[in-house]
Design a binder for this molecule. Structure first.
Ligand code: BGC
Ligand code: BGC
Length: 858
């Protein structure tokens, strides 16, 4: 088939469908996923497509006859309930040890920011204790005869990142810049060792997404926009985590790895997290599947199904991809684990029931929340009713047991007695931090270096500024202790260093002078200023953005850079980010500019590159090269090596070394694209609170900033809840003890006059869970003592309990009530002195809103 016909294929398919299958099966069903319901002729078609696009892999781990016999014997002794339990993976917040003893789950996980006893500062001993108890309970649950240990999976995605004190490596985007596969294998090896200290068997890494649209909130979890690096890195990481066959494969210091998220997660339309990938099959293979070629060939024992769809069909239910391609054609004989209730997103499924996913080839349901119990019961019932075949169940269990045998879980002692268990000195060990520091050095990409300002002599008077300078949480990004990477401070990183720490050491050792001031103030004029700034941490969909402009509408870091420049102080910018961003103005205002990505806990690695030795010699040169093209304007979010019309600001592979002339002009265009200037929806809360707003609760006293998913004070509590995806909404409970208020507030007043001029409205989704007992006010506040409130009781009282509603209020209602739109500090707050339970989501100011849904005020 030539290129054109391949690209046309989806269309041809529908045509074929319209003509041929009307009588056989509805087109809808057929197009929904090669494979969910497949007439014979399409199976032949599938076979042809498979052979055309997908290779048979040369996998280093092969089947062993004795192992297969052993597994078969076990399977023959298991009850259906025990088999299904192997396929259920609950989360530590939702099951007890007793549940494990009763059901004997095949595995369990802790999600991002989920710790033993819900204690962020849980010690390695606490982790081991939980691992050991779960293990023992799973043994108790086993059949007479065959004992089947459970296994624990965790997201160790840049080191053992849920554990305080662990070595945190740069996120994958930074590792991609280093182009060093040996280093990457070392990083993975160390991660495996630190994980083994806590008694955990399995990690959900590496992410091998090939990121095509930098607006995606998981861009930084990818090594590159190009499959080349991803493929070779995947193999190296898998080897580092699992060890090598014939050597240390799944030995005492290794963990099971998961190549994720299968398939096409980095290529969704608009970079939408969990969205739809519409790549042709050829592109799916050439671009998105390359990490699997690398990782599976190296022997990765598990694959995680992705939340995304391919041509509208959720991967968790796509038999063609999970079974026909991955297992049958490519020859993967490990297991496919689902992603966080991802099965619930398959058409006609819920978190509690999804035979479609099992039938498509999912082997383990990742089922956090209390959905695990109904899911377990429903799955058993579905096998009994014949909706899932016994042989599919046996195949899934065979795959799970095969991995357990290969991992030596039947032979290894309980987690507490394993070789590395409890060796706390291994966590955050000096040698480990040394490798992480090397990774930091090699990940830095020098974008600009006017007059060879870098490297700096450490003997000078140095000013360090910017809110990222002394902030290990910020420099580490998402998936850092907490899921979103928020709510951490430097004390949460014992043994780690901020970027400032490294600079201070270099300067002090050489006899230079240093001042640290976030706002860039100084007592004595410095010779040079190093300004560290960039994105705040985020994870997954919470990091999705709609264009790449840095600090659009709130150029506070640019103001700082300008202030220093105006005083004739040379400026070195260190930019922290999970993706390339449009920073033309910041580049213009910097003499040197370093893309530092998300370096992790060893910030000191940066000073080792940007400073010379005291003698003036170069200490370490820059090695990093862009693994993502750098955008020329804010709308250039899809810009990838080999694009037909490739015009980035800086191309893939760019990265200056010392001594090379800087090529960037100081007069890059600072014009925002027209499209950006048009008023677009101003989001206040969209799955998470949006910058510059922050959320607070208060009951007369000092407002409490909301930094985690649950916050409580006397009269009001806040809790994130799930509306469409996890934690995209929140519930407020007013107890009625006192007047209490929830608000979104910013320190920088926003000028919203343009929104009033374009007939915008304040829009939000709400659900009344318990009606208000007293008056409830929705208030906007402006700088100075200025505010305007609307009484919401009639609306909340009329709303049906427990049902999501959308409401919009003409902004003029607020101006009528006395609000000055030129300086809004709080665009939304809710206040009552009575009792009320109210859930909220999708809060925004929407221009030219559809008038029908609007609450008008004359
Ligand atoms: C949980 C995290 C988890 C994440 C996965 C969140 O709702 O709090 O623990 O890792 O979902 O998407
Ligand atoms: C993420 C996965 C992660 C899982 C468990 C999901 O939301 O997509 O990458 O492994 O949560 O925390």
């Amino acid at each position: 088939m030539n290129r054109i016909t391949k690209l046309l294929k989806p269309k041809l398919n529908s045509l074929w469908c319209a003509v041929i299958c009307l009588a056989v099966v509805s087109c809808n069903q057929l197009q929904q996923g090669r494979g969910e319901i497949t007439p014979a002729s399409s199976t032949d078609n599938n076979k042809k497509a498979i052979a055309e696009f997908w290779p048979v892999l040369d996998i280093t781990v092969t089947k062993d006859k004795a192992v297969e016999e052993r597994i078969n014997k076990m399977i023959s002794e298991m009850t259906l309930a025990q088999k299904v339990a192997q396929m259920i993976q609950p989360e530590i917040r939702d099951i007890s040890i007793e549940d494990m003893r009763k059901y004997g789950f095949g595995s369990y996980l802790n999600g991002g920011g989920s710790f033993p006893n819900s204690n962020k500062h849980a010690t390695p001993a606490d982790w081991i204790e939980l691992a050991d108890k779960m293990y023992q309970a799973s043994i108790d649950a086993s059949l007479d005869g065959s004992v089947i240990p459970t296994m624990w999976g965790t997201d160790a995605v840049h080191g053992h990142n849920n554990v305080v004190g662990a070595t945190l490596f740069p996120h994958n985007i930074g590792l991609g810049a280093s182009r060093n596969t040996e280093l990457i294998e070392q990083v993975a090896k160390i991660t495996a060792r630190e994980v083994m200290v806590t008694g955990i068997d399995w990690v959900f890494a590496p992410t091998v997404a090939v990121v095509r649209d930098d607006r995606w909130g998981r861009t930084y979890e990818g090594y590159s926009e190009d499959p080349e690096i991803v493929k070779s890195y995947a193999a190296a990481i898998v080897k580092g985590l699992q060890g090598s066959v014939g050597k240390d494969f799944l030995g005492d210091e290794q963990v099971i790895s998961t190549v994720k998220h299968f398939l096409g997660d980095g290529g969704t339309v608009n970079g939408d997290d969990q969205g739809d990938n519409i790549a042709s099959e050829e592109q799916l293979f050439n671009i998105h599947a390359q990490g699997y070629i690398g990782g599976l060939s190296a022997g990765a024992q598990s694959v995680m199904a992705s939340f995304n769809s391919w041509h509208g069909v959720k991967n968790h239910g796509n038999k063609y991809l999970l079974s026909d391609v991955l297992k049958e054609r490519m020859g993967f004989d490990g297991f496919v684990v689902g992603d966080w209730n991802g099965h619930g997103q398959v058409k006609n499924c819920s978190n509690e029931s999804c035979p479609q996913a099992i039938n498509a080839g999912l082997d383990i349901f990742m089922v956090p929340t209390n959905a695990w119990k109904p899911l377990y019961e429903n799955t058993i019932a579905q096998v009994n009713k014949g909706e899932i075949s016994q042989s599919r169940i046996d195949d899934a269990v065979r795959r799970i047991l095969r991995v357990k045998v290969r991992a030596g879980l039947f032979e290894k002692p309980s987690p507490a007695k394993r070789v590395l268990s409890g060796k706390t000195e291994v966590i955050g060990a000096k040698a480990h931090r040394g490798v992480a520091k090397q990774a930091v050095r090699e990940s830095l990409v020098l974008l600009k270096n006017n007059s060879r300002l870098l490297p700096l002599s450490p003997k000078q008077r140095i000013l360090v500024a910017g809110d990222g300078a002394d902030n290990i949480g910020k420099q580490s990004g998402g998936w850092t202790i907490s899921w979103q990477g928020t709510g951490n401070n430097n004390d949460d990183f014992p043994g780690g260093t901020s970027i400032y720490d490294g600079i201070a050491t270099a300067v002090h050792n050489a006899g230079g002078e240093i001042e640290l001031s976030e706002e860039g103030r100084f007592k004595q004029k410095p010779d040079v200023a190093i300004v560290v700034f960039g994105e705040e941490p985020y994870a997954e969909g919470h990091g999705d953005i709609d264009n790449l402009a840095y600090q659009r509408g709130n150029k506070k870091d640019l103001a700082l850079l300008k202030r220093l420049k105006e005083q004739n102080i040379p400026v070195v910018s260190i930019f922290i980010s999970g993706r390339p961003m449009w920073v033309n103005a910041e580049l213009n205002t910097s003499d040197a500019f370093v893309a530092a990505w998300l370096p992790g806990s060893e910030g000191a690695g940066i000073a080792e590159v940007i400073f010379t030795k005291a003698s003036g010699e170069i200490n370490y040169d820059f090695i990093g090269k862009l693994s993502f093209s750098w955008p020329a304007h804010s709308q250039q979010y899809v810009v990838n090596r080999f694009d037909a019309d490739y015009q980035p600001l800086l191309p893939y592979g760019f990265g200056l070394k010392y001594g090379q002339p800087s090529t960037l002009s100081d007069q890059l265009s600072e014009e925002l694209n027209i499209a950006d200037k048009a008023l677009r929806k101003l989001e206040i809360y969209q799955a998470a609170v949006q910058k510059p707003w922050e959320s607070f609760i208060s009951a007369g006293d000092t407002p409490l900033a909301i930094t985690s998913s649950v916050e409580n004070i006397s009269a009001i509590s806040f809790q994130t809840i799930d509306k469409q995806v996890q934690e995209d909404a929140f519930r407020l409970t007013f107890s009625g003890n006192k007047t209490a208020i929830f608000s979104f507030t910013s320190n920088f007043p926003e000028d919203l006059r343009g929104y009033v001029e374009t007939n915008s409205s304040l829009t939000f989704s709400y659900r009344v869970d318990e009606k208000p007992s007293h008056q409830t006010l929705l208030t906007m506040q402006c700088e100075g003592d200025c505010s305007g409130s609307l009484d919401m009781n009639s609306i909340f009282e009329a709303a049906p309990i427990g049902k999501w509603q959308v409401h919009s209020i003409d902004l003029k209602c607020f101006t009528n009530a006395g609000v000055d739109m030129a300086k809004i500090t709080t665009p939304f707050s809710i206040e009552t002195s009575g009792t009320l339970q109210l859930s909220l989501a999708d809060i925004a100011i929407t221009p030219n809103d559809n008038k029908e849904a609007i609450q008008h005020c004359n």
